[in-house]
Design a binder for this molecule. Structure first.
Ligand SMILES: [Zn+2]
Length: 468
């Protein structure tokens, strides 16, 4: 049975369905299996999956990253393929916010714990801080980009005409997570956060911008084929006073959301939405987020000059549209794990694949020159292509390329050289016969709108260091 807003109190769980009806969370029996998994974990504190997440296995198999025993736990070492993927994701997430009109910055990674706003913010964050004390002053390593951007903005002149003002940073961030919780890419102590803050005039402008970012987050997930399940951490007074706005967000979802009311006035935010991705084992993992912050404008003394000349504190949105880059990468790897579970060959999108095309000459003496010509053609279009010029059978080489999830395998024998055609085998099992121009056209269509980067490893397999 649905309830009314007068039944809403602090520190409780509720479900708001997309038709606008509100329920006590433990009385709600709608939603799909994934929503039920979120309820199980958040409301009923049930452990939803014990199985190890398959993405951990892929980190080794695809030579992406390994743990660094000489550093603290939870600090990964990215191998060349992983370094390339992280750079591609950095570029991708930066492009998304540049399209919104954001201004990228690079700020310091450490802040003085003797400064009152830092100290206050840090005390709310609790025990999960890295502290460093090189001399007399004690610093905290940033756990997101908030400090650096707020401190910078507090020193700048901002006009009401500049609002909404969006500032972005790809921030390496440090959180001293509990050792037992550290796992794969989902729980690490050093991670990269594509973190944007939006300064707005007032709560009305904040809500408009929030709606836009919320829609963008859902669209970004759907673009890659996944659906998020949302948890709203909310001040109950804000919920009651802005119920139509909240309902408009849930309409974008087209499915129920979980609501957790907090103690009124306790946090710097009034609304903090966590978007949960469901991995291949059925585990919900928080990735993207967007929040409305009503406290830090004043705490960090950030002001803008309003139309009448008066100085005011902005309402600030915090958002990570893709969550940390580690969790963004985790989502792509878990999508591959879902394919494997369904009996489909696992793969990454071509734009994110460390190697996009593998060329296999059948006879090194007769076919290598033409293979190199094809490679140079593709390279000139910033396509990541390599040549298997090792002394091994074609069957063995195809198997190796398949095991590395390379989206396109091009086999070049005497026939292809004579006809100037390419035999292209796709990851989906299609066999195509194409001219070089046709193949480039197909790749460029698939890669349009995504960042391009060259190979981070030697293009000749016979010369390449293996990093195993
Ligand atoms: Zn922030």
């Amino acid at each position: 049975m649905s309830i009314s807003l007068s039944d809403v109190f602090e520190n409780e769980f509720y479900v708001l369905d997309f038709d606008g009806k509100l329920y006590f969370a433990d009385e709600f029996d709608g939603g799909d299996d994934n929503f039920q998994r979120l309820l199980d974990r958040e409301v009923f504190s049930k452990s939803v999956a014990r199985e190890e997440s398959p993405h951990i296995r892929y980190l080794t198999k695809l030579r992406i990253a390994d743990n660094e025993p000489l550093s603290d736990a939870g600090h990964l070492s990215y191998l060349p393929n992983g370094a390339l993927m992280i750079d591609l994701l950095k570029r991708y997430s930066t492009n998304v916010v540049l399209n919104l009109g954001a201004y990228p910055v690079v700020t310091s990674i450490m802040y003085d714990l003797g400064s009152p706003p830092i100290k206050k913010h840090a005390s709310l964050f609790g025990q999960r801080m890295y502290k460093v004390k090189p001399g007399k002053r004690e610093f905290v390593l940033r756990y997101a980009a908030c400090f650096g951007q707020f401190a910078m903005l507090s020193r700048k002149y901002i006009s009401y005409k500049d609002l909404p003002l969006r500032v972005f940073e790809l921030a390496d961030s440090y959180r001293y997570e509990q050792r037992g919780e550290l796992t794969g890419l989902t729980r690490v102590r050093r991670f990269f956060m594509p973190d944007m803050h939006v300064l707005t005039k007032d709560i009305e402008m904040a809500k408009e911008e929030f709606y836009r970012l919320y829609k963008l987050i859902l669209d970004e997930g759907r673009k890659f084929g996944w659906e998020y399940y949302s948890l709203y951490n909310i001040d109950p007074e804000f919920l009651k006073n802005n119920f139509e706005f909240i309902k408009s967000l849930v309409e974008l979802e087209g499915k129920p959301v979980l609501i957790h009311t907090v103690e009124s006035g306790k946090y710097y935010w009034v609304l903090n939405v966590e978007f949960h991705y469901i991995d291949s084992t059925g585990r919900p993992v928080e990735t993207a987020t967007v929040q409305i912050d009503v406290g830090n404008g004043e705490r960090f003394n950030i002001t803008y000059v309003d139309e009448d000349g008066s100085k005011k504190h902005p309402v600030i949105l915090h958002t990570a549209i893709h969550g940390s880059l580690e969790r963004f990468l985790f989502e792509f790897l878990e999508e591959a794990a879902k394919m494997e579970r369904r009996g489909i060959k696992p793969r990454l999108p071509t734009w994110l694949s460390p190697i996009q095309v593998r060329i296999i000459p059948v006879n090194l003496e007769r076919n290598l020159d033409y293979a190199i010509k094809v490679l140079e053609n593709l390279e000139s279009k910033m396509i990541r292509v390599d040549i298997d010029d090792r002394d091994a059978t074609v069957g063995r080489k195809i198997k190796d390329a398949e095991s590395f999830w390379i989206p396109y395998i091009v086999v070049i024998g005497d026939k292809e050289v004579a006809e100037e055609k390419l035999s292209v085998r796709t990851r989906d099992g299609e066999n195509l016969v194409l001219t070089i121009e046709e193949f480039i056209g197909l790749l460029e269509k698939e890669l349009a709108g995504y960042p391009k980067e060259r190979l981070y490893i030697d293009k000749f397999l016979s010369k390449r260091a293996s990093f195993v």
